[in-house]
Ligand binder design. Structure first.
Ligand SMILES: Cc1ncc(COP(=O)(O)O)c(C=O)c1O
Length: 377
């Protein structure tokens, strides 16, 4: 059997990794500013993480959700306290798409309404409703066209007036910061307007924080920068630092029917231990404020690099819009300077999504390398 050909691949075979370094099979050391796509939040193989996961596996690795798993309760308690939504309820699943799928299902069930509003440039995952709410037609198959999702322009407050009088809208879904679109930040006024329209139409505000959450923006959730309250929040990626876990956080007013949500693997012991370790390190190493302050400093430095047209983002979720297509630049950064970065659907925008404890010295290494590559591209 062969692997289904779905991913474009770097010609690199990592054998081990530590902190912000990834080592290839040929011994080359790479600086990881991509975090395996915004997943590595506390650094590769962080000692606390390895210790906690190993110890958990020695005790018990898996049982089904038909028994009490106190680690789930502990994760709900600690996450609620750290993220600023202590009275919300936690549903644990396995990925970002699954979190959004369940978030939208919950919103439709709670409101009794069938329609979802999403926004241009959005990416919410590749499962049925999540991909239908995704504004990248190449990811959608014919069976994903249920007609229950429509799109409005991102960051356009005026366009929301078209919704006047609608009674069928269950939810608006929006990313805390659009990642795949090339790090597009919603204006605080836009998110505040969405909140008002939700209240007016009896719809729920679903914040997709799969990429921008868990401290990446320098705030626990990126939407908190705008001071708005979400009804439902979806998370994944940085939540487990590489161990698969996703989650839906829902307002106490939302009560699902038994049997409506569920998953075999969601909330297993190892996933909970991984996420508790992430919360512990975010707290102990002060990573939100490190991401916020060092991100601002780094973005200022990157704005001065000739060939960089615009720098967008918050914390350590950074989009660099170049004056040229970014794919060849990314390739040179990787091949000549051994630095991992990410691209996006916006062909000129490079994405930086490093671990939240990236030291300033490594930011400087990248700024120098980028300056050199752009000067000779
Ligand atoms: C904002 C956002 N939502 C959802 C997803 C889907 O997550 P997953 O790949 O874990 O299904 C992603 C993944 O990139 C994402 O960036």
């Amino acid at each position: 059997m062969n692997l289904l050909d779905v991913y474009p691949l770097y010609d690199i075979t990592p054998t081990h990794a530590e902190g912000h370094w990834v080592y290839g099979a040929d011994g080359t050391r790479y600086l990881d500013l991509y975090g395996g796509h915004a997943v590595i939040s506390i650094g590769h193989s962080h000692p606390h993480y390895v210790e906690q996961l190993t110890a958990q596996l020695q005790r018990i690795g898996f049982y089904s959700n038909s028994v009490h798993i106190p680690l789930q309760q502990e994760l709900a308690r600690q996450l609620g306290e750290q993220c600023g939504y202590p009275d919300y309820a936690l549903f644990l699943c396995n990925s970002g798409a699954e979190a959004n799928e369940n978030a939208l299902k919950l919103a439709s069930f709670h409101t009794g309404k069938p329609h979802i509003i999403a926004f241009s440039g959005s990416f919410h995952g590749r499962t049925s409703l999540a991909v239908e709410a995704t504004d990248h037609p190449q990811m959608v198959a014919p069976a994903n066209h249920s007609g229950h999702v429509s799109f409005l322009p991102f960051n356009d407050i005026e366009a929301l007036n078209n919704l006047e009088g609608r009674t069928d809208i269950a939810a608006f879904i929006v990313e805390g910061i659009q990642g795949v679109a090339g790090v597009r930040v919603p204006t605080p006024a836009f998110l505040q307007a969405l909140r008002q329209w939700c209240d007016k139409l009896g719809a729920l505000l679903v914040l997709d924080e799969v990429q921008s959450g868990f401290g990446r923006s320098g705030h626990f959730f990126a939407h908190q920068i705008a001071g708005v309250q979400a009804d439902i929040i979806s998370v994944a990626k940085g939540m487990g630092n590489g161990f698969p876990i996703g989650a839906v956080l829902s307002s106490p007013a939302i009560i699902p029917r038994h049997g409506m949500l569920g998953t075999t693997f969601g909330g297993n012991y190892l996933a909970c231990a991984a996420s508790l370790s992430v919360l512990n390190i975010l707290n102990k190493e002060n990573l939100l404020s490190h991401a916020r302050l060092s991100g601002e400093y780094w973005m200022d430095a990157l704005r001065k690099v000739p060939g960089v047209a615009e720098v967008r983002g918050h914390g350590l979720m950074i989009g660099l819009q170049l004056n040229q297509p970014c794919a060849p630049v990314r390739k040179r950064l990787l091949m000549e300077h051994h630095i991992f970065t990410g691209t996006s659907m916006e062909p000129h925008t490079l994405r930086l999504l490093p671990a939240l404890n990236l030291p300033a010295a490594q930011m400087e290494v990248f700024t120098q390398a980028l300056t050199q590559v752009l000067a000779t591209s």
